[in-house]
Design a protein around this ligand. Structure first.
Ligand code: PLP
Length: 354
C-alpha cells in the first residue's frame, strides 16, 4: 500500500498514485495564501493578466532591490532560458555548458543552429569551469555560457571563487546565462547569487529563476529573468505577448508574501534529506551532499532497471543522465514519503538489487 495523501500532503497525492520523486517538485504543495489568491481570482480569469503580472513584477523588483526594467516574466524559467539565448545569440556564437546539467537550452540552441559544446563534469561531479573557459578561449567568435547553480542533476554548488573570477571577465564576446532554479534551497553561507552582479550593473549575465520549485507552482508556469535593462529589452523583443497567466501571477505574489510556508518547505526538505543521507550511508551508497530538493546517489548496476523496480514499488525516481551510469537523481518528498523510500531501498538491498 502506498502512502496516503492525508498523512503526507494536504494538496494531495492519491493513495493509488505512485509517489512522484522524479521532477524536483515541492511535495508540500502551494502556500495556503497562494491557494486563497487563486480561489479569489478564479471568477476573474476572463480578464487578461496585465495587472496580475505587473503586481507580481513589482513584488519581485522590491524583493530583489532592482527596478522593473531589470526583470522579465517567463512562462516558467524554461521560457526565460529561451528568451535569454535568443537575445544573446550573435553570428558565429557557440553555447558552452556543463554535462550533465539541465538540458532544455540544448534544444533551443540546436533549433537556432548554435553549436553546443558540452563539458563533462570533473571527477568530483563538479562543473569544470577551467575546461569551459578553455573552450571559450579556443573559439573564434562570441560564446554564451550556461551555468546551473546549484547544478541539476548533482545538487552541487559551483565553486564560488573560480566562478567569481570568470564572471569578472566581462566582455561583449562572452555572456552568461545562470540558472538559479533551486536558489531558495541553498544553505551554504558562502554562496553568492549572480543577482548581486546585476545589482552592481554588470550587463553580460542573465539570471533565470522559477516559481516551480520551492514555491510549488510548476503547473502554473511562472518564471522570471533578471538582467541589465538593455539585455531585458532584447529579451522582451523575443518574448511572446501575454505569456503570463493570471492565476499563476496571483499565486506567485501570494507565495512571495508567505515566508512561513517557504520556511516549512525548507525545513521539511532538510529533514527528509537527512533521512535519505542516513539510509544511503547505512547501505554504503555514495551520494553528493545536496544544496537542493534532490539527491544524486549511487544505485549500483543499471539505472533503467532500478527506475522500473522503484516504479513497481510505487515510487517514481529520476531519469538517466549523461555520464551518470549507476547513479540516480532522487527528488525529495515529505519525510514520511522518504521513510517509505528508505524502507524500499533496504528491501532492494535484501534482494541484491542495489
Ligand atoms: N532550470 C532547472 C535547473 C530546472 O531543474 C528546471 C526544472 O526542472 C527548470 C529550469 C525549468 O523550470 P520551469 O520551466 O518549470 O520554471
Amino acid at each position: 500500500k502506498l502512502l496516503s495523501s492525508s498523512s503526507t500532503n494536504s494538496n494531495g497525492i492519491a493513495e493509488d498514485q505512485p509517489i512522484p520523486l522524479n521532477f524536483n517538485e515541492n511535495p508540500l504543495g502551494i502556500a495556503p495564501r497562494a491557494q486563497q489568491a487563486i480561489n479569489k481570482a478564479l471568477p476573474q480569469v476572463w480578464r487578461y493578466p496585465d495587472k496580475a503580472r505587473s503586481d507580481l513584477m513589482a513584488g519581485l523588483s522590491q524583493s530583489l532591490s532592482l527596478s522593473n526594467s531589470h526583470l522579465i516574466y517567463g512562462n516558467g524559467s524554461s521560457e526565460v532560458l529561451k528568451m535569454a539565448l535568443d537575445a544573446l545569440a550573435q553570428t558565429n556564437c557557440q553555447l558552452v555548458m556543463p554535462d550533465p546539467s539541465y538540458g532544455v537550452i540544448i534544444d533551443y540552441a540546436q533549433a537556432r543552429g548554435i553549436p553546443v559544446v558540452k563539458v563533462k563534469l570533473d571527477s568530483q561531479w563538479q562543473t569544470d569551469l577551467a575546461k569551459m573557459q578553455a573552450k571559450v578561449e579556443a573559439h573564434k567568435g562570441p560564446s554564451i555560457v550556461y551555468l546551473c547553480n546549484p547544478n541539476n542533476p548533482t545538487g552541487v554548488l559551483l565553486p564560488q571563487s573560480p566562478l567569481n573570477q570568470w564572471l569578472d571577465k566581462a566582455s561583449s564576446q562572452l555572456s552568461f546565462i545562470i540558472d538559479e532554479a533551486y536558489v531558495e534551497y541553498v544553505n551554504q553561507p558562502e554562496f553568492v547569487s549572480a543577482v548581486a552582479r546585476i545589482q552592481q550593473g554588470q550587463s553580460n549575465i542573465v539570471v533565470c529563476r522559477t516559481f516551480s520549485k520551492v514555491h510549488a507552482l510548476a503547473g502554473l508556469r511562472v518564471g522570471y529573468g533578471i538582467a541589465h535593462p538593455t539585455v531585458i529589452n532584447a529579451m522582451r523583443a523575443q518574448a511572446s505577448i501575454d505569456n503570463a497567466n493570471l492565476l499563476g501571477c496571483v499565486a506567485a505574489t501570494a507565495s512571495l508574501a508567505s515566508p512561513e510556508w517557504l520556511e516549512l518547505s525548507l525545513k521539511s526538505n532538510h529533514q527528509a534529506k537527512a533521512l535519505v543521507y542516513q539510509q544511503l550511508e547505512k547501505l554504503g551508497l555514495d551520494y553528493l551532499p545536496s544544496e537542493t530538493n534532490f539527491i544524486f546517489h549511487k544505485v549500483t548496476g543499471d539505472n533503467q532497471q532500478y527506475m522500473e523496480r522503484m516504479e513497481q514499488a510505487g515510487i517514481l525516481v529520476g531519469r538517466p543522465f549523461n555520464h551518470g551510469e549507476g547513479w540516480n537523481r532522487l527528488s525529495i518528498g515529505t519525510p514520511t514519503q522518504m521513510q517509505y523510500f528508505c524502507k524500499t531501498l533496504a528491501k532492494f538491498r535484501q534482494q541484491g538489487w542495489i
